[in-house]
Structure formats: C-alpha cells, structure tokens
Design a protein around this ligand. Structure first.
Ligand code: CA
Length: 539
C-alpha cells in the first residue's frame, strides 16, 4: 500500500519542477550571477568570531537531512560519526527519509514532489544536474570558495573531481563521495606451476603465450592427465574478451571501451588493435589456453577450477582472489596463486585496464529551502577536514581504533568481528558513502597481505589506466544514445564471441562488422561522445 502511494505522489513530480522554477525567480536564490548571496559582511563576521576547534556555531543548530541511499541506508541519528560530529561542530542532523521504504530513487522522487525540501539532500549526480538548474538546489561554487576551505583545497588538487561535479550550467550542486585506492583487479598466476616447469614470470604477451602453452601441455598439476585449463574466467567471457588489452585493444569489459588519444575520443572495438587481438584470442582458444566454457561457466569458475587444481591464470579482484591461497592451502599442496604485473602488450606497453571509479555518483547538496547555507556548507566541509575525514573513515578513537605511530589501527572488535569489516563499520554509520574522501588505509589493514602487495605494485608502478570520465549528456544526446547504443553493443558482443570461439573468421568478417556498426549510428555516437568530452574538458 505504501509503495502505491509513493508512485502516485511521484507522478506529481512534473508539477514540482515548475514550482522550483517559480521559487527561484521569486527568491532570487539560484541565478548564476547570484551564486554569491553570501555577503561580505557575513564572511567578515565568520573571520572575526573564529570559533575553537571544529566548532561551527556557538549555539546548537539542527539541520534536516534526506538520506536514503543505495536502496539500503537510511539516516539514523545513532550513527557514530554524526553523533560525534554534532559534539564537535554543534550541528546536529535530523533525518527525514522513511526507514520502511527500500527504493532510494522512489523515496527521492516523493520527497522532491512534496515541494517542501529538507536542508540537506542526498542524491545521485543526475538528479543534481537536473533539479539544480531548475532551482531546487543551491549552487555551491561561491559557498565552497568562501566557507569550505578543506573541500576547496581538495578540488584544487583534483581537477577530475571538479569536472565531474560541474553541471552543464557551470555550477556545482553537490559534494560527493570520493573513493581511495585505485587498484581493483589484476593478473594472478600459479607461481608454484611456474617453478615446477622452470618458467619465469611472463613479462610480455608472447611470454604469456609460452607459459600458458606449457601449463596446457606439461602437466603442472602432476596427475598424468592433460586436464589443465590455463586461463579461467568467472565473468561469462568478459575476462576472456578483456585479454584483448594484451594487444593494445580497449574492450567493453569493465567500462574500458571508451578512451582518449591525443584529445580524440575513441571506441575500442572498432580499432585495428581489436582485430589483431581477435585473431590471437581465436588461436589461444582453439589451442585450449582459455577455458572452453569461458562464456558459460559463470561466477563459480574460480571455486571450481582453482579448487580442482586445473586453473592457472586469471584476471580478477585482488582481495577475493588472493583469499584462495588460504582457502586451498591444506587441500592443494604448494598452492600459490599470486598477482603479477600486467604482461606488456604487443606494443610494449604495460597497463591495467580496470580501475575504481574516481568519484561516486552519490553526494549531498543544499536545498532551496535551507535557511542557513553558510552553516550548512561549513558542516559539509567539516567532513573534508583531517578530523572529519578520520571520523568518517575510522570512527572514534578508543572505541573503534587506536592511534599507532599516529595512524588509526582498527580494534579487533572491527577486524575480527563476525561480519565483513565494511558491514560492521557501515552498521554504525562509518564509511557511509556520501560526501567524504575515503582513506585507503582503512581497507589496507584488513586486506590479505598478498592482495595488498599486489595492489601496491599496481599503484606504485602506475599500471592503471586513467578511467574515461563519466560524461554528462544533453537530453537530446541522451535520446540518441539510448536509441542507438543497445544494438551497437549487442553486435560488438555477439561478433566478438563468435571470433573467439572460432564460429567466424575475423579476417573474413571484420569489414562487414565495421560496416554494420556504421549503419547502426556508430559515427553519430562517436560525435556525441566527443562533444560531451570537449565540454567536460572545458570546465
Ligand atoms: Ca594434469
């Protein structure tokens, strides 16, 4: 019944948009030239009354907050960082989102449709870009410039974040969660098999071929059977396709298909390097170097093929993949599955295609109905101070962590609890992925050492390719993208699979493949991406 009511109200949202526009005209709060409604007197007062520590207001201030995110987190007044922050800043947040609802987007729509907005609103970037220019959210540019020194400094150091947050009208409407620690996935190989066969770690794609061939032919598991499956894939062929990066290609796996070369936006699956990769992957597959069931086996591939002592090489998440060393240490003698640097591609370049997103779509902004934007932006900025950042990353000293050599180290109650570390923290509101900068040190201390060393190797050697930015498209552009890209992606995926499995010969069908993509509007999509990228770079 409740859900029905939400839908009904959400339908009224069209009306509320014009309401915002009306409001912004009446109140004069959101015209671009009016961004700095914060007057000079106010700035002066703030400077004169320098408050001690992290205190933001002499008198207690209460701000209302809409926080319903990721379809599971609803603001709870008992959350540790927020309670502690209230003590430190004198600003308390009062939640307005219903705890019973589970669909964050729907709850957001209902709240927006009501027209009466809480002081602070948590939402996704697309909503800030849509409702900000209509007047529902305040532009934050001048508020940040004048009252948020910590976040201002961060934006000066992180152009990519500033560009990401800048709406098409040139304003920033939200402060978002920024993850830390770029390494996510990497290559793993059976070190004990290499040793057994007297082979070195493969440093190039050609050496990798030699190693995988030996894994296939020379019985490294020692059971007298040719049962080894050198490359394993638990992503229904996505990981197999991504091996194409070893010939310098960009693939659709892990959003790597779009990239930039000399300012020009490119789509990997139509490059010559993609064709070369397909020739080679077809050969690798035919020779049994890739799991014959790579496209169908699915998520259990690691459990099954590593557990059966037949899998030898993979590209996967550092944390979980490193964990198999513990899981199978008693079951498989000498089992050692370790990260290696990406083998150099056919052009001699060493690079990792996967990366974590640089900025998260979720953030918080200040609504049109907020009566005290200056105090509010100061509060949002508190989370970017050293103290605020530590509080959101690690919780409270003495309770969740101890300082060891000046660094927070989690207590055993966190590290050795009965739930995953992240869940234990988030149950208490710590590591809530809204407007703060994550500190990789939070994750590093509970990572498997094999995973940690692998991640550090990828980060310190700069293997990870800078991810293609999350572009913002105009409504018109988006319409064309929605209309044309599904068939383009389907054609790329289906044809790629045929080439790898040997159902089609890439040398015979490449030209018709390119022609088909052209007919589907490839050129138009490329032009749209280029225009959006140029706008992004001009911010
Ligand atoms: Ca064997």
């Amino acid at each position: 019944m409740k859900a029905k009511k939400y839908v009904a109200i959400a339908l009224a949202i069209g009306m509320s948009i014009s309401t915002f526009a009306g409001c912004s005209k009446d109140k004069n709060t959101t015209k671009p030239e009016d961004k700095g409604t914060v007057t000079q007197e106010e700035t002066k007062t703030a400077e004169e009354e320098k408050l001690p520590g992290s205190l933001i207001s002499k008198d207690p201030v209460e701000l209302s907050l809409h926080l319903h995110i990721y379809n599971k987190f609803v603001y709870n007044e008992d959350w540790v960082p927020f309670k502690k922050a209230a003590e430190l800043t004198n600003v308390t947040l009062k939640g307005t989102a219903p705890e019973s609802a589970t669909d964050s987007a729907q709850v957001f729509n209902v709240m927006m449709a009501s027209g009466d907005l809480p002081d602070i609103i948590t939402a996704e970037r697309e909503n800030f870009f849509k409702y900000g220019p209509e007047g529902a959210f305040l532009p934050l540019n001048d508020l940040i410039d004048q009252h948020a020194p910590n976040f201002k400094k961060f934006l000066e150091e992180r152009d990519d974040v500033r560009r990401y947050l800048t709406a098409p009208d040139g304003n920033i409407y939200s402060i978002n969660f920024v993850p830390d620690g770029a390494a996510a996935q990497g290559y793993f190989i059976r070190q004990d098999w290499l040793e057994k066969l007297g082979l070195e770690e493969p440093k190039t794609v050609d050496e990798l071929y030699t190693v995988l061939k030996a894994f296939r032919e020379k019985d490294p598991n020692g059971n007298g059977k040719k049962d080894e499956i050198p490359f394993i894939d638990r992503a229904k062929g996505q990981k197999t396709i991504a091996l194409a990066t070893l010939w310098g290609a960009h693939t659709t796996t892990d959003r790597n298909e779009w990239y930039v070369e000399d300012g020009k936006v490119k789509f990997g699956p139509i490059d010559k390097s993609y064709k070369l990769a397909m020739e080679n992957l077809g050969k690798w597959y035919a020779e049994g170097l890739i799991d014959p069931e790579a496209f169908t086996r699915g998520s259990k591939a690691r459990d099954i093929l590593l557990g059966d002592n037949v899998g030898g090489f993979a590209h996967d998440w550092f944390g979980t993949t490193a964990g198999y060393n513990d899981a199978f240490k008693d079951k498989i003698e000498g089992f050692s599955f370790k990260p290696i640097a990406p083998p150099a591609d056919a052009n001699g370049k060493v690079w990792e295609y996967s990366s974590r997103p640089a900025v998260n779509p979720t953030g918080w902004g200040i609504s049109k109905d907020n009566k005290d934007p200056v105090t509010t932006i100061k509060y949002l900025d508190f989370w970017w101070s050293e103290e605020g950042r530590r509080l959101m990353n690690f919780g409270v000293e003495g309770e969740h962590y101890d300082l060891v050599d000046g660094k927070p180290v989690f207590k055993d109650s966190i590290l050795k609890g009965d739930k995953p570390v992240t869940q234990i923290l988030q149950d208490q509101g710590i590591q809530m992925q809204i407007g703060f900068h994550q500190d990789f040190a939070y994750e590093e201390q509970w990572l498997n050492p094999i995973a940690r060393d692998g991640m550090n190797m990828y980060i310190e050697n700069n293997y990870i390719e800078k991810p293609f930015p999350t572009l913002s498209f105009t409504a018109e552009e988006q319409k064309v993208i929605d209309e044309k890209t599904p068939s383009i992606y389907t054609h790329v995926t289906e044809t790629t699979q045929k080439w790898i499995l040997g159902a089609e010969d890439v040398n015979k069908t490449w030209d018709s493949y390119i022609k088909a993509l052209d007919n589907m509007g490839m050129k138009e999509i490329l032009d749209i991406y280029q225009a959006a990228y140029d706008r992004y770079m001009s911010n």
